[in-house]
Design a protein. Structure first.
Length: 752
């Protein structure tokens, strides 16, 4: 036998794990893009998809655990056979199954995903624990757990490369074939890894470290489960908390997930000293940043956002490092990963599915921060009780007194935040923070101090708001209705984004506000609907909001609203909150569901004017602006109909998207950019509206002829839509948001 054949071949197992994990984190966003046009953007679709992914991952880990009872030779034959059988589902595509019956969507969506990618995802999901088990079959190989670091490094590479490299450069068909090529490489690597351990036994050979270690007790497995669940849930809750109450930014979900994966890379590597540093600083970081977890008025602060991401990374690394410390012998490796996977599912279920139903705000975030405090290793940062040579009883008593001081400070802070002790809040918060650092040697005191700090730093107001009935939560976000008595305004906030506003003084109640003023593109169009399309104009509005546009309706006109969120419909129809809909269009139908799918079900040539106003919190429902989507709208419009698209956005410039589409269709297009500045317009917001028509004559009737772009901000000015040379037309098969990202706003974190 040659020296090469006799070596443990670490490179082969590292390469196999890297490729498999990379493929897993490529297939998830790719399939999400594929199903978007067919299923729409309803939240139950993505919640169902998440459950399918996690269930398949857990199933793959369970299969790897079951397979471990056999000799490596038999494991390799079974697993390679499974990979070859799963290849029948390649290239990746969406299965053709009968549409869901009414009320059966919750079962149909998982069925569609399982039928489309289930066997492939299941087979690839098993390779990480399985390869580590095979690697450990050679007594010279050493500790196999560091290979999990390689697994998460591959996952991180897959996560980052998809939006950065794959999506902007390849259509979905090419992505699918590229993934198929990667799968073929994975099968070859798995077969080679099996051949390298062909004579390996099912368990660790006698005499190796931990070969005789008994199965870990149930209590230890439960500990693994909880330690794995908290970072998983915290990763999701941090994403929700940032996008809801700190700053709504594009692609923000990538950062928490990427940091979560990197925490595994560090924790399961051989850098023990680095992990110990994370464990040492984690209590202080959790106290300093976790104290903001109940704050619901982040005000678009990038500092708070960065601090929250830093806390997630430090805490996840510390907890995963602790999990690595508690790892069993290699013979129980697959059990360890099975329990870890179950913990990840548990954390995800709580943060993504249970919390939005149970809570009216992102309360899962502070709860998970407190759970992290309960599980973190807690070194005594300042062991003053030992320095002073105090007895344990006296030390506990002093710690309890310090917690009481923290409670008093938090009570004073609640006054400070309401203005009665203006300027003192920061000092009280600093005092509580110092107390928290002093009591890290007593977990109960540390957790209590952290909770007290949360209450003091905005938490009291957040909790109090839950009892007013002015805040409601759906799968789309948190909506809060507030009154500004000084300005006579009632506002609807969607996280940090203004989502609607109505004047409360009687003579101004019907006056359009925010993006919909009389000088806005939509205001000018709807105000002239009778002269453009006749007194019986048919008008469709995608995106209900507070119903502000309803008061442009005139007698005889036929209006239809499309809204995806039932909670938003309830808010708009509640005349105790907003009266636009009740006073101006009480009989107008509101069609629930994803607008693209619902409009596609309507008869052709239905509308004279169709308004697309579905962008909220600066997120782009990408499937609503592809070529196929515009085709759906074109079918629903009459031959001389007007398509009006709202593209106001802090982070994306959608002009090239619509300009490329208009050019491809031979349509006329113009944009109205209203800065909404000047006296008497305090309730208005700057807005950008694009008008598209199949005939230039109709656009001229609306705009009176476009003017040079330097006059874009003059009242009443429509200007030509700005295209971009070489910009690729968006389709369901190809679209990327990176080319239209306004990087200066992303980096600057500008908020409304």
């Amino acid at each position: 036998m040659t020296a090469a054949a006799a070596s443990p071949r670490r490179w082969l197992f590292v390469a196999t794990i890297l490729v498999g994990s990379f493929l897993l984190f490529q297939i998830q966003p790719m399939v999400a893009r594929m199903v978007l046009p067919r299923l729409g953007g309803a939240p139950m679709v993505w919640n169902s998809a998440m459950l399918v992914y996690q269930a398949l991952l857990l199933g793959g880990y369970a299969y790897a655990h079951w397979l471990g009872r056999f000799a490596v030779r038999r494991q390799a034959m079974i697993h390679v056979a499974l990979l070859l059988a799963a290849a029948l589902w390649l290239p990746i595509g969406i299965a053709s199954i009968a549409p869901a019956a009414p009320g059966q969507e919750a079962l149909w969506v998982p069925l569609l995903l399982v039928a489309s990618i289930g066997p492939v995802f299941f087979a690839v999901a098993a390779q990480a624990p399985l390869m580590q088990r095979w690697f450990a079959a050679d007594p010279r190989a050493g500790d196999p757990y560091y290979l999990y670091a390689a697994s998460n490094l591959g996952s991180f590479a897959g996560l980052i490369s998809y939006p950065a490299l794959v999506e902007p450069n390849l259509p979905l068909a090419a992505q699918s074939w590229g993934w198929t090529a990667g799968y073929a490489l994975l099968v070859a690597l798995v077969a080679a890894a099996g051949a390298a351990r062909w004579r390996g036994a099912a368990a660790a050979p006698a005499g190796t470290a931990g070969a005789d270690e008994p199965r870990p007790p149930l209590r230890r497995q439960l500990h693994w489960l909880l330690i794995a669940a908290v970072p998983s849930g915290l990763m999701l809750s941090t994403t929700t908390h940032l996008t809801t109450d700190i700053v709504a930014m594009p692609l923000l979900w990538v950062l928490p997930l990427g940091l979560y994966l990197l925490s595994f890379v560090i924790a399961f590597s051989t850098a023990e000293r680095l992990v110990q540093i994370f464990i040492f600083v984690a209590p202080a970081v959790l106290l300093a940043t976790g104290g903001l977890a109940l704050l619901s008025t982040g005000g678009g602060s990038m500092i708070v956002a960065i601090a929250s991401l830093g806390m997630l990374f430090v805490v996840a690394t510390a907890l995963h490092g602790y999990l690595y410390h508690l790892r069993p012998a290699p013979r129980h490796l697959t059990l360890f990963y099975l329990v870890m996977s179950a913990g990840g599912v548990l954390g995800g279920l709580f943060a993504a599915l249970i919390a939005p139903i149970v809570f009216d705000w992102v309360y899962e975030h502070p709860l998970l921060v407190l759970a992290a405090a309960l599980l973190l290793p807690l070194p005594a940062l300042f062991p003053w009780n030992e320095w002073l040579k105090l007895s344990p009883r006296v030390g506990r008593l002093i710690a309890a007194l310090l917690v009481l001081v923290a409670v008093y400070a938090a009570l004073r802070m609640t006054d400070a935040w309401t203005g009665r002790l203006e300027g003192a809040a920061g000092l009280w918060a600093l005092g509580i923070l110092i107390i928290g650092l002093l009591v890290t040697g007593w977990r109960w005191a540390y957790v209590a101090t952290l909770g007290v700090l949360m209450i003091g730093v905005g938490g009291w107001d957040t909790i109090e708001e839950s009892f007013t009935g002015n805040r409601v939560r759906s799968y789309f976000g948190v909506y809060t209705v507030t009154d500004d008595r000084y300005r006579n305004e009632r506002r609807l906030a969607h996280g940090t984004t203004l989502h609607g506003l109505q004047r409360t003084d009687a003579e101004q109640q019907r006056r359009p506000t925010t993006y919909y003023g009389f000088q806005s593109g939509v205001g000018m169009t709807l105000d002239r609907a009778d002269s453009l399309a006749g007194p019986d104009a048919a008008i469709g509005i995608v995106g209900l909001g507070t119903g502000t546009l309803a008061c442009y309706r005139k007698p005889g006109q036929r209006w239809t609203f499309f809204e995806i969120d039932p909670v938003m419909v309830d808010i708009a129809r509640d005349s105790a909150k907003f009266t636009f809909l009740a006073e101006c269009a009480p009989d107008a139908p509101v069609v629930l569901g994803d607008a693209r799918l619902r409009i596609a079900e309507l008869p052709p040539a239905r509308f004279d004017i169709l308004v697309i106003d579905a962008f909220s919190s600066d997120a782009i429902p990408l499937h609503l602006v592809t070529s196929e989507a515009i085709g759906v709208y074109a079918r629903a419009l009459k031959p001389d109909g007007i398509l009006l698209v709202h593209i106001s956005n802090r982070f994306f410039d959608l002009q090239p998207v619509l300009a490329a589409e208009a050019s491809a269709r031979g349509w006329a297009a113009a944009i109205r950019m209203d800065p909404a500045t000047g006296g008497g317009r305090a309730s208005l917001t700057s807005s950008n509206w694009v008008a598209l028509t199949a005939t230039p004559r109709r656009l001229d009737q609306l705009t009176g002829g476009t003017r040079p772009r330097e006059e874009a901000f003059d009242d009443g000015a429509w200007v030509p839509l700005a295209g971009r040379d070489g910009f690729s037309r968006w389709t369901d098969d190809y679209a990327s948001t990176l080319p239209i990202l306004l990087w200066k706003n992303v980096i600057g974190g500008r908020a409304e």
